[in-house]
Design a protein around this ligand. Sequence first.
Ligand code: 5GP
Ligand code: MG
Length: 166
Amino acid sequence: MSKILLSQQEIKSIVSKMAKKIQVDYQNKELVVIAILKGATLFMADLIRHLDLNLYCDFLRISSYGDCMVPGKLRLEFDLTQPVSNKHVLILEDIVDSGQTVDFVYQHLSNKSVASIKFACLLAKEKYHGRKVDYIGKVIPNQFVVGYGMDYQGLYRNLPRIEIME
Ligand code: 5GP
Ligand code: MG
């Protein structure tokens, strides 16, 4: 029913490789790392443990009026708990598909006078051709995946690997 796309070991190496770049790019900068709930929580937990930086964590929850395989219009369900003005902001997303979520978050933060804003996603679908994502862990086929934070109808977030739903 499902096929393994990335093993625990492969995810670990993608995350640590990305962390090395982030570590260099944010050296001596104060950083706010923002995970998009709920999917990016495991990614955040693993990524930030590689970062030797002064960083704050916060969360945003965006929900869709559609279901999880056919997204609808987006709305902000849960906002940041701390001001981000003059802060360097790094947004973490589990997976970028159409890029609609990334665009929505970018718009939401665009009037908050941040020092800088960047996006990091663990995965991006092949069909994504936007330019807003600065760090992409791995480009994957245009298929629906679960595990490592990503769900299907609320389930499978706890899988330690990433599987393709068939
Ligand atoms: P986008 O807004 O880029 O079209 O989609 C991004 C959001 O849709 C992600 O934050 C994620 O929650 C969800 N999503 C997109 N593709 C997948 C997928 O293959 N599997 C799961 N579980 N969620 C996905
Ligand atoms: Mg999501």
